[in-house]
Write a protein that binds this ligand. Sequence first.
Ligand SMILES: [Zn+2]
Length: 293
Amino acid sequence: MRKARTGKLKLLCVVCHPADAIDGAGGTLCQHAARGDQVTVVVCTHGVDTHDLRRNDRVRFGGRGRVTDPVTARDRKEAEVVAGMKLLGVTDVRFLRFADELLTVSPKLIEALAAVMAEVQPHLMITHNPTENAGLADIGHADSAQAALKAQYLANTQRFLRRPPGRKFPAQIFFLTMNGQTTRLTAEGSRFGNVLIDISDVIERKVRALDCLASQYYPGLVARKVLEDVNGQMGLHWRLSYAESFQTYFPESYRYLPANPYLLEFAATSARERARRLRLIVPFIKPPTARTR
Ligand SMILES: [Zn+2]
């Protein structure tokens, strides 16, 4: 077996909508970027048709003035994401600009993703779970993931490779644990993430990044509520204040059983200490004082 590589990793995060990478993996991407890994985010759709909630309200309920034209709306959304990603330390964000009103797993989308993959040659790829909402009436997450999984094969072919890369890419694939929809169909899939990334140290940066997404009414309460509920819940039973959750696509291979430093440390920490470490973004209801605890 060739010696395992060490050093900087290349990460590619393929998502459907402009906000998805910040929402699902913003803290993880932030931490990888901070330690010097190369992080690239690819956004498949412009998100204007379904994820510009301000514009959607105007289309549905009327109001003064004209509906923002699609190009202006697209540019605003992209600027929001670029600003949010920058706060997380990620500057390589690419927009494929497919329409989100009806995204399908088309050859065009697969080829566009393959072109980026062949250029970046990521060691690790993050994307949605391709069975989200049973892979059926999905908002586009499943289609983007299915396209990304097909694109990984295409990217490794002669059509896309300019020179032999010396390895197949990506070596590992992680699915974002779905949290975008709550329907009968999402209940058919698994929301269990077998990899938790502790993002407690960068939760404030993630809140500030979501605050950039004005077209989805994130700034303020929504950003805080979402992160408290989603990332707080993901880490709750391991007393990680905030965690992002992923599912591994391939089986994890090791020579020995993987002893996990987080779990070993968790087992060696008292319940009192674990409870003491928990943090809240917005303590609307004040925690009891030390004396009454
Ligand atoms: Zn989405």
